[in-house]
Write a protein that binds this ligand. Structure first.
Ligand SMILES: CC(C)(COP(=O)(O)OP(=O)(O)OC[C@H]1O[C@@H](n2cnc3c(N)ncnc32)[C@H](O)[C@@H]1OP(=O)(O)O)[C@@H](O)C(=O)NCCC(=O)NCCS
Length: 185
């Protein structure tokens, strides 16, 4: 699935070296939730994760973000907690390659993911959680149409301080309205 800068594709075993470059890097993982905060990930654990992430699952879709042109691995993105009843999902994204931050890749990848979520999976709502100390991510999500919906106060502990988690979401109707306004003359 292609955007203007990146392509989203399935995860392969051969992605392991590129993934290992960033999974132990706290400058990257400090922005991520879940198991990423539990400390360095071993290659064995990461190989197991790839096996599981590559297998089809009913409530998750995971993709590698690669650069268009040279196919270089940049990071990964996913839809998780997909509810086929509520037609909703949560999104996660990481550009693991730090020199590639701030060059538009994350925003482009998110736009491709939203296209997939709304136009292919027919979801109605996509949401995410982002820490208040991540203004780059928040700016990128706002460019994709996400709105701030609420704050989970002191939800996140990092390095001796508690931080707020911001919940953001975008609805299918908002996504389509933005798309139409961009397409209209
Ligand atoms: C968050 C992430 C996916 C964004 O992707 P990216 O390719 O770096 O971001 P983009 O270049 O597409 O867009 C970032 C925007 O934020 C802006 N920005 C950067 N730093 C900023 C700051 N401190 N304050 C406000 N805006 C900022 C940029 O100017 C850019 O907007 P512009 O294109 O209008 O100039 C990527 O940085 C990343 O993976 N970071 C580490 C992991 C992470 O934070 N994951 C998300 C967890 S919720």
């Amino acid at each position: 699935m292609e955007g203007t800068l990146v392509r989203l594709r399935a995860i392969e075993r051969s992605d392991i070296d590129a993934i290992m470059q960033w999974v132990g890097d706290e400058e990257v993982t400090r922005f991520l939730g879940g198991e990423m905060m539990l400390g360095p990930m071993s290659r064995i654990a990461e190989e197991k994760w790839i096996e599981q992430a590559a297998a089809p699952a009913t409530n998750t879709r995971r993709f590698v973000i690669e650069k268009l042109g040279d196919h270089r691995y940049l990071g990964s993105t996913d839809l998780h907690n997909i509810s086929w009843v509520n037609r909703s999902a949560e999104v996660g994204i990481v550009i693991g390659d730090k020199p590639s931050w701030g060059k538009g890749y994350g925003t482009d990848a998110m736009r491709v993911l939203l296209r997939f979520a709304f136009d292919r999976l027919n979801l109605n709502r996509v949401s995410l959680r982002v820490f208040d100390y991540n203004p780059r991510a928040i700016a990128s999500y706002e460019k994709c149409g996400f709105k701030r919906e609420g704050v989970l106060r002191q939800d996140k502990y990092l390095a001796g301080e508690y931080h707020d988690t911001i919940v953001m979401g975008v609805l299918a109707s908002e996504y389509r309205a933005r798309l139409n306004s961009r397409l209209s003359p």
